[in-house]
Design a protein around this ligand. Structure first.
Ligand code: SDX
Length: 422
């Protein structure tokens, strides 16, 4: 089909390299005086992109064409960041150059550290991250001109490099321990682990098993086409907001339990279930229309098959628990819950499978993170995808401010009635 006819007008059907075609309805309102209606954007393509492709029915996820399981097994997070940002796997020289740029931006302005003192010690780390990342715009004025490609690149490097530093500081502040400065001799993941779990009083030895699990966790969550938080970053960026404000908006959206907050909610759910014998009770609740409870870590707007990230994450969880000799009962509950749900007609009919958040919490808990830090780790990883998508939008010559319309069902015109007459 090359076009769709509506009221005698033809609207072109556009094809991508792979995946569903789109009907270009940009002239629909001008021609018909009507909008399309698609709350939640279940059938709407908001943009053209070359970054990430998802086939939800087949359970396929490609970063710039490369399958996520191959990248998780064979690549590292900095290399994947280069791939997402620049479109190609780096040569050895490109990798060294990109890695050096990221490494040399890991420190933060010393005055930013004072912001933490203004938060309560029990503040949720995501609340801190929303504030502190937005506040970066008050410190890095030399990289806020979004129309200067050089400044866009510097801001991108600063955000990717400083997220782990700011995240580790949020954790340290919550437990009353001193902040550690980055150590530029370490890898991205090792540096983050040391800033989080190390103390000034003694050397911190990075466990290679944990470092490898962290790398895979970061790779698996780096980008995911036009999800809610990425769409938030694009919409914020479309108004011309600076990149620090846009990423802060993305962090705020990711925090929601229906989105990136699901990893924290999923682990809390597994702990609430506690033992495999209580699983049927929770399955029944998830199926009960009168009960708002949902199986956290299950279901997905796009995947109607197994989330390929969950497959890899499930393997990583088993590896980490086995290699660290951790016998965590919640992993057994997760495995048992997965098997029961995958064989239950309700979940089969609604095509509800484990998503990336189902096992990621088991991995992060095994590494030693409290549940409150789970979505922060997701944000560290997804900052790469947000930046790649924001950059793609900024470089798009057709880019304009995003401004959806509505179906109005409110009151029509009526005149004001003074209080004395009401
Ligand atoms: C992420 O978009 C992305 O790409 C996101 C993400 C990324 O990388 O950026 O992949 C990360 O956000 C993963 C999703 C994490 N969220 C959760 O695990 C929370 C639990 N899952 C859901 O709330 C839900 O599945 C969503 C929000 C993920 C998707 O919701 P949709 O696509 O809007 O589907 P829906 O809410 O309309 O559900 C369809 C049906 C409903 O039943 P009916 O009204 O048709 O009878 O399935 C049911 C829902 O009640 N359902 C569930 C369920 N998820 C959906 N029932 C029980 N448990 C669940 N988890």
């Amino acid at each position: 089909m090359t076009s769709l006819a509506i009221d005698g007008k033809d609207y072109p059907v556009l094809s991508g390299t792979v995946g569903p075609e789109v009907v270009d309805i940009r002239k629909l309102y001008a021609n018909t005086g009507r909008f399309t209606y698609d709350p939640g954007f279940t059938s709407t393509a908001s943009c053209e992109s070359k970054i990430t492709y998802i086939d939800g029915d087949a359970g396929i996820l490609l970063y710039r064409g490369y399958p996520i399981d191959q990248l998780a097994e064979q690549s590292n997070f900095i290399e994947v960041a280069h791939l997402l940002l620049n479109g190609e796997l780096p040569s050895a020289d490109e990798y060294a150059d990109f890695s050096r740029h990221i490494t040399r931006h890991t420190m933060i302005h010393e005055q930013l550290a004072t912001f933490y003192r203004g938060f309560r010690r029990d503040a949720h780390p995501m609340a801190i991250m929303c504030g502190i990342v937005g506040a970066m715009a008050a410190f890095y004025h030399d990289s806020t001109d979004i129309h200067d490609p050089k400044q866009r690149v510097i801001a991108s490097h600063r955000l990717i490099a400083k997220m782990p530093t700011l995240a580790a500081m949020a954790y340290k502040y919550s437990i009353g321990q001193p902040f550690l400065y980055p150590d530029n001799s370490l890898s991205f993941s090792a540096n983050f682990l040391r800033m989080t779990f190390g103390v000034p009083a003694e050397p911190y030895v990075v466990d290679p098993v944990v470092e490898d699990a962290m790398e895979k966790l970061l790779i698996l969550q780096a980008d995911h086409e036009q999800n809610a938080s990425t769409s938030t970053v694009r919409l914020a960026g479309s108004s011309g907001a600076n990149p620090f404000a846009c990423i802060s908006a993305g962090i705020a959206c990711l925090w929601g339990p229906a989105h990136g907050g699901a990893n924290e909610a999923a682990l809390n759910m597994l702990r609430q279930i506690g033992t495999p014998d209580r699983i049927p009770e929770f399955i029944a609740r998830a199926k009960d229309k009168n009960d708002p409870f949902r199986l956290m870590g299950f279901g997905h707007r796009v995947y109607k098959n197994y989330d390929p990230r969950a497959k890899v994450m499930g393997k990583v969880a088993k590896q980490v628990l086995d290699k660290l000799g951790i016998n965590d009962p919640i992993f057994d509950v997760a495995r048992e819950l997965e098997q029961i749900a995958l064989n239950d007609p309700y979940f089969i009919d609604k095509k509800l499978y484990p998503n990336v958040d189902f096992y990621s919490g088991v991995v992060m808990s095994a590494i030693g993170f409290p549940t409150s830090m789970f979505t922060v780790l997701f944000a560290i990883s997804r900052t790469v995808g947000w930046i790649a998508q924001w950059t793609e939008m900024m470089e798009d010559p057709e880019q304009k401010i995003g401004r959806p319309r509505q179906l109005y069902t409110g009151a029509t015109h009526r005149d004001y009635v003074p209080l004395a007459s009401r």
